[in-house]
Design a protein around this ligand. Structure first.
Ligand SMILES: Cc1cc2nc3c(=O)[nH]c(=O)nc-3n(C[C@H](O)[C@H](O)[C@H](O)COP(=O)(O)OP(=O)(O)OC[C@H]3O[C@@H](n4cnc5c(N)ncnc54)[C@H](O)[C@@H]3O)c2cc1C
Length: 506
């Protein structure tokens, strides 16, 4: 028999690592053996499993914050293989974590201890496109960008668009109910997913793949898997409703003196441009400055920097609906809301401006260790939480003057949907003591603020490991009770993505 596992790994070390989160490895889970690995290899073939060093990229996340200790990645090609895997894992009590593109930002797609990684990258086939209704049916491992490219060639687009589209998979998007930049126009994946196939522990396949727009035959179970973050089962296929590709797009980037002016721009964009409004995004001066400097991007305003920025995009099939100049005028130049604005004159300029917005997250990760909060808040709290967090850090005796100076606090996000991304960043990744002191102060402050303001601790990234202990800040006791009951129905032994979302679900 091939020797796959190193015998040196100690679970007590792993348990210590997560002690501060009060997470202990669930002792009812089995430990993977060479015999198990041989069984999976004979099921999936040699290209269907990864062991040894090849597992390592699947153990860590994009933010460099979460590191698991899996010894095995499984890469099925068919729903039948996923079903066999989940039957074996359930029988043997082997815990498993589904992983798509691994771009999630809440520590949801990495193992915490030694869970097996279930990777979907080989399930990447487009199955069908219904041109009459604009519905694409595909496997869960399709990369979002590939779906856009396929649909654009047919005159359609995916209703979901986000900065990680080159790596994230539609299965991961559904599992997180990802929002993205066009949510204001096309709404959530709950609205656009018309069919879904999922496999649950024990191996049952829930085949709800359909392209019917209407189907009122009892409970609509697919919605339970959208946003479940892989805690109920594995999504294997989906059917998504896609809008026609607009022929004309215009994008305007404006700068403002105050956040109140940004809110006025949002209001005029909603009023004046309602049916053609495709995106309203926001970033503060720190986000713009950090992105330009870390990624060496050209400043659309030459060397001038401003406190706040808004991006407004319109799209339409009727030429001349809004010319770029008219767009700028409608947004409030006449009311003196805008200090300076630029309107993209062609596709290159349009992509450049979008790139600045979409690469903000990458710029901070390049700068250093970043605490990331993805919050839903009412307009009056949207930027106040950024100012208040900055203030709390500057008044805290926990940090030296030099440390305070090095901490960047920024706000950006999908202002059209009330979704702010608050990031707190220190340079580099080596100062673990500062990282701990920072998260010790800021986590509690931010989530408590959100609870009091009746916001959501997760607008679009999900709960994962990061926010599992704060779920009750945004969900009532009764709701959490029924979430646990639902989890028990599909996953009685708790093997699906344990420790995430509902850490104490049995
Ligand atoms: C630069 C950048 C920009 C981003 N912008 C946005 C944004 O605008 N909006 C937004 O919502 N998010 C955004 N994200 C976060 C991330 O891209 C999304 O959460 C995305 O939907 C994750 O997809 P993924 O395939 O990478 O999933 P992963 O990260 O691999 O997994 C995410 C979760 O889904 C589960 N999962 C994955 N695949 C499956 C499956 N087939 N079946 C069941 N469960 C599964 C995992 O277990 C995990 O809990 C961004 C991330 C980055 C790095």
């Amino acid at each position: 028999m091939k020797q796959f596992l190193s015998r040196s790994s100690s679970l007590t070390t792993l348990q210590r690592r997560f002690a501060h989160l009060n997470i202990l490895r669930n002792s009812s889970f089995a430990t993977l053996t060479d015999k198990d690995i041989t069984q999976f290899e004979s099921l999936l073939g040699p290209n269907g499993i990864l062991t040894g060093d090849a597992v390592e990229p699947h153990n860590s996340d994009w933010t460099k914050k979460y590191h698991g200790h899996s010894k095995l990645v499984l890469k099925p090609k068919t729903t039948e293989e996923v079903s066999a895997i989940l039957r074996i894992c359930d029988d043997k009590r082997l815990a498993i974590v589904p992983q798509g593109g691994n771009t999630g930002l809440v520590g949801g797609s990495q193992p915490v201890f030694d869970e097996i990684v279930l990777n979907f990258s080989r399930m990447n086939q487009i199955i069908d496109f219904d041109e009459s209704y604009g519905i694409i049916t595909c496997e869960a491992g399709c990369i979002l960008q590939d779906l856009h490219t396929y649909l654009n060639a047919k005159g359609y687009l995916m209703p979901l668009d986000l900065g990680a589209k080159g790596s994230c998979q539609i299965g991961g998007n559904l599992a997180t109910n990802a929002g993205g930049i066009h949510f204001i126009k096309y709404n959530s994946l709950h609205a656009n997913c018309v069919g879904l196939e999922a496999v649950v522990p024990g191996g049952r396949v829930l085949d709800n793949i359909t392209t019917l727009r209407k189907d009122n035959t009892g409970y609509d179970l697919k919605h339970l898997f959208i946003g479940a973050e892989g805690t109920l089962g594995a999504i294997t296929k989906c059917a998504i409703l896609c809008p026609p590709l607009p022929k004309f797009r215009h994008l305007c980037l404006v700068s403002c003196r105050s956040f109140e002016q940004v809110l006025k721009i949002l209001r005029s964009a909603k009023h004046e441009l309602s049916d053609i409004l495709q995106a309203v995004e926001f970033m503060d001066g720190n986000a713009m400055e950090t992105t330009l400097s870390q990624l060496n991007f050209k400043n659309p305003f030459e060397s001038r920097l401003y406190p706040f920025y808004a991006l407004v995009e319109v799209a339409s099939n009727r030429e001349g609906t809004e010319t770029p100049d008219r767009l700028y005028e409608l947004l409030g130049s006449a009311d003196d809301l805008i200090i300076e604005g630029v309107v993209a004159q062609d596709e290159t300029q349009l992509s450049h401006i979008w790139q600045i917005r979409e690469e903000i997250a990458s710029a901070y990760i390049k700068r250093g260790y970043t605490l990331k909060y993805d919050l839903s808040l009412a307009p009056e709290h949207f930027y106040k939480i950024v100012d208040d967090t900055r203030d709390v850090i500057s008044r805290s005796p926990t940090f030296t003057a030099n440390e305070k100076h090095s901490i960047a606090v920024t706000g950006y996000g999908h202002i059209g949907d009330g979704n702010v991304h608050l990031n707190v960043c220190i340079p580099g990744y080596d100062d673990h003591d500062l990282q701990d002191r920072l998260s010790g102060l800021v986590d509690g402050y931010v989530f408590e603020y959100v609870r009091k303001a009746r916001g959501s601790v997760s607008a679009e990234h999900g709960v994962g490991l990061q926010k599992a202990q704060y779920l009750n800040y945004s969900k009532s006791e009764n709701m959490i009770h029924y979430m646990k009951e639902i989890k028990r129905v599909f996953d009685p032994h708790g093997i699906m993505n344990p420790y995430k979302v509902l850490p104490d679900a049995k």
